[in-house]
Structure formats: structure tokens, C-alpha cells
Design a protein around this ligand. Structure first.
Ligand SMILES: Nc1ncnc2c1ncn2[C@@H]1O[C@H](COP(=O)(O)OP(=O)(O)OP(=O)(O)O)[C@@H](O)[C@H]1O
Ligand SMILES: [Mg+2]
Length: 271
């Protein structure tokens, strides 16, 4: 019985114990208005995120991945459709959704590592100072940065800065952790290491992740489910189960075959 359960995708809603989706995007159109010009970023994008999902948005540059993330974060409202979190439409930003960006400069440089991680906890009055310090130290420990708690961001490598940003986000215990190409600016080895660490962290904490990338391999390794988006404006091409793949499966034939399949789904023009 246990083996059967394990082979099911984690997010697969089982008939009786089906968890409700944590987040639902329903036919979402997102648009920018630039003076008189209107740019449509996505067209009727729908997906569902279940608790402890590692859900990936994958698609070519300009297909609207970051825009979708912004909308889930509440920085942008859909022109049509809606985004529902825990049964309520998303109407603005909130501490229940925290974003980790690609840029290394997302940490205020005048705060130490510990102060950076504590700051949102204290500023949003989630915890009192002493409790915030304790939780921040715990999260820094989880990302392996306890020794650097008194360092300033400029004293850290790019990978370390991203670890601080992840610790800061996790410390808030958001309902959904949103990551927009968080490892894209890192060298290949560090990127791989960060993917490993993220998965280890997920194993420990079981947070719900919405992760954006344009790397097919990264999507397959990081995600349990991946939404493929067409080129601009982004439409859903397919949703794929990637549960069977992990960091160790990179060179396998099944991995290569699936990567090729994803590539053709992404780039072949549908007739
Ligand atoms: N602030 C903005 N004003 C006007 N148009 C925008 C703005 N931001 C993005 N766009 C447009 O919306 C579309 C989607 O952009 P978005 O940044 O979401 O793409 P993306 O999939 O994240 O791409 P990348 O992989 O390059 O990060 C693009 O055509 C882009 O030019
Ligand atoms: Mg982007």
C-alpha cells in the first residue's frame, strides 16, 4: 500500500482525501498598459497549486512567467479571470506570499545577514523581536549560514545572498514561496548546489513552491508538476508530471526523452 501511495504524484488529489487546492488561477489574462500601448502578457492561463507542491512555470523569455508570479504575489490584477488563494480572490500583496527574485541585490546592504532575515518578521509584527531573532537564526541554520549572521551582503557570494533571501522568505512561513529564476544568475556548479539545497529544504519543511524558470532541466529537477507556456502571450501548452525526476536523474535516458518532449511541446507551432 505504501509503495502505491509513494508512486503517485504528491499533488494528485486522491478520490477521498483530496486536498483542496491552495491556489487556483482561473483563465487569467494579464496585461500591461504602456501609455497608449497595451501588451498582453498571458491569455487564459489556468492552474492549481496544492499544499507542498513544487509547481514550475516554464516557458520562453517573454511568455509571461514573471507577470504571472507578480499577479499571484498581488502586485498586479488580472484583466480577466481570477486568482484565488485559500478560497479568497487575491487582491493585493500579503505576508502569506513571499517572492525570491533573481537579482542578488534584493537584500538591504546596510543590514547584517541576521538583521535582513529578521526585518520582515519584525516590520510586519509577525513576531516580537526576541522570537523573530530565534526564528531567523533557525532559518539561517537551515540554509547553512549561521556563521555568517553578522556579515553584510557585500561580503557574501551570489549563492550566499540567495540563501539569505530564501531564509528570509521561509522565516515568514508563507503559504506559498514564490521564486522567479532565483538561480539563473549563478554559475552552473552553484546553481546545481542551490537546487540540491532547495530540495533538501523542501524535504525538511514541505513548503508550497511556485517556481519560475526557462530551463527545461531545472524545471524537471525542481518541480513535481510543470506548466508549459507558449511564447508571448503565454498560454498553457501542457501540464506535466515530473515527480519521477530528481537531481540524480540528469543523465538518464528517461530524463533526456522527457526533456526532448518538453522542448518540442514548447517550441513546435501547434497546427
Ligand atoms: N512593465 C512592463 N510594461 C510593459 N510590458 C511589460 C512589462 N513587463 C513585462 N512586459 C511584457 O510582458 C510580456 C511578459 O513579460 P514577463 O517579464 O512576464 O516574461 P517572462 O516569461 O518572465 O520572461 P523572462 O524569461 O525573460 O524573464 C513581455 O512581452 C514583456 O515585454
Ligand atoms: Mg521573467
Amino acid at each position: 500500500m505504501a509503495a502505491v501511495e509513494q508512486s503517485l504524484p504528491r499533488s494528485a488529489p486522491l478520490a477521498e482525501s483530496a486536498p483542496a487546492p491552495l491556489l487556483r488561477a482561473e483563465a487569467v489574462d494579464l496585461e500591461y498598459r504602456d501609455g497608449g500601448r497595451q501588451v498582453q502578457a498571458t491569455h487564459q492561463v489556468s492552474f492549481e497549486l496544492y499544499p507542498a507542491d513544487r509547481f514550475v512555470l516554464l516557458g520562453p523569455s517573454g511568455c509571461g512567467k514573471s507577470t504571472l508570479l507578480k499577479a499571484v504575489a498581488g502586485f498586479m490584477r488580472p484583466a480577466a479571470g481570477r486568482i484565488v488563494l485559500d478560497g479568497r480572490p487575491v487582491e493585493g500583496p500579503g505576508a502569506d506570499r513571499i517572492v525570491v527574485f533573481q537579482e542578488f541585490d534584493q537584500l538591504p546592504p546596510w543590514k547584517t545577514v541576521l538583521q535582513n532575515v529578521m526585518f520582515p518578521l519584525v516590520a510586519s509584527r509577525v513576531l516580537k523581536r526576541s522570537d523573530a531573532r530565534e526564528r531567523a537564526l533557525d532559518c539561517l541554520d537551515k540554509v547553512g549560514l549561521s556563521r555568517f549572521r553578522d556579515a553584510y551582503p557585500h561580503q557574501l557570494s551570489g549563492g550566499m545572498k540567495q540563501r539569505v533571501a530564501i531564509a528570509r522568505a521561509l522565516a515568514m512561513q508563507p503559504k506559498i514561496l514564490l521564486m522567479d529564476e532565483p538561480f539563473a544568475a549563478l554559475d552552473a556548479l552553484t546553481r546545481r548546489k542551490m537546487q540540491e539545497e532547495l530540495l533538501a529544504l523542501w524535504d525538511e519543511v514541505r513548503f508550497t513552491l511556485l517556481f519560475v524558470t526557462h530551463s527545461i532541466e531545472e524545471a524537471m529537477v525542481v518541480g513535481n508538476r510543470t506548466l508549459l507556456l507558449s511564447p508571448h502571450p503565454g498560454r498553457v501548452r501542457a501540464e506535466l508530471d515530473c515527480t519521477e525526476f530528481g537531481l540524480e536523474s540528469g543523465g538518464s535516458e528517461a530524463f533526456q526523452r522527457k526533456a526532448q518532449h518538453i522542448h518540442s511541446l514548447l517550441f513546435e507551432v501547434p497546427r
